[in-house]
Write a protein of this length. Structure first.
Length: 259
């Protein structure tokens, strides 16, 4: 079995408050995932991301905390999380946009990766699956399912596809985290990857990507604030909630993320 925290790939442990996170640069995460997917004997692997929105849920929902702690790899997706790492916790992990990591994986130079995609509306998930399959690369979406079913329905889906290589989920937090924890148990040897609902929207052609320079500067949230009305609540009041949580994490031990 391969251990994804191998130092050969530069994967390092960090701590955000009391959340242990293992991450690296885009190239390091990509190299680690490629090595994992090609390994002849592999264990199930969890990959997630953290941004202020997900972190707020980690304070409300045990399933989100449990998922992040169980993850083998985590993208530091939000610029807010990156700044807090540096300013309050004295650490500088690389920032990697979750959609960019997945986009990079779609160009892997080999064939034969079978995946299940869960998330979005029925129309979105079909369009996203068709777009991924149309690239004719390493990936083939063997089953695509919307993100509005109940938890038991997803368990039935996962049992049906228990032999797939990858389970991709972008059904919103905390539902995505619950589905992926179930997949981790049911789909032995699968890469269980939280790609995010935004990623499903991008590949469905219903969400506009920010330009490369906007993403590089870490101000993609401004692009989303302008173009995605539903996102605005994540900035206000969500941004203030995030600041409150991290200040308590830093200065008031009794208010840290629950075990």
């Amino acid at each position: 079995m391969i251990v994804l925290t191998a130092s050969d790939f530069g994967i390092k442990p960090y701590t955000f408050g009391r959340l242990p996170l293992k991450t690296g640069s885009l190239s390091e995460l990509d190299a680690c995932l490629q090595e994992w997917i090609r390994h002849p004997v592999r264990q199930s692997c969890l990959v997630g991301f953290i941004n202020p929105h997900v972190y707020n849920f980690a304070h409300r929902e045990p399933v989100v905390r449990n998922f992040l702690r169980a993850c083998d790899l985590v993208c530091i997706d939000g610029v807010g999380v990156s700044l807090v790492f540096r300013i309050l916790f004295g650490q500088t992990p690389p920032r990697v946009v979750a959609t960019t990591l997945f986009d990079t994986a779609l160009d892997w130079p080999f064939q034969g990766i079978n995946a299940v995609l869960i998330g979005g509306t029925p129309q979105q998930v079909k369009l996203a699956a068709d777009a991924i399959n149309a690239r004719r690369g390493a990936w083939r979406i063997a089953g695509a399912f919307h993100g509005f079913s109940n938890a038991d329905s997803y368990k039935d889906i996962l049992r049906k596809y228990s032999g797939v290589d990858v389970v991709l989920v972008g059904a919103g937090t905390p539902k995505s985290e619950q589905i992926l924890l179930d997949a981790h148990e049911i789909c032995s040897g699968a890469l269980c990857w939280h790609i995010g609902g935004g990623t499903v929207g991008v590949f469905a052609g219903e969400k506009h990507r920010a330009t490369a320079w906007v993403s590089a500067l870490g101000v993609e949230w401004i692009h989303r604030f302008i173009h995605e009305p539903h996102y605005r609540s994540r900035v206000y009041p969500g941004g203030f909630e995030f600041v409150g949580h991290v200040l308590k994490e830093r200065f008031f031990a009794s208010n840290k993320v629950k075990p």
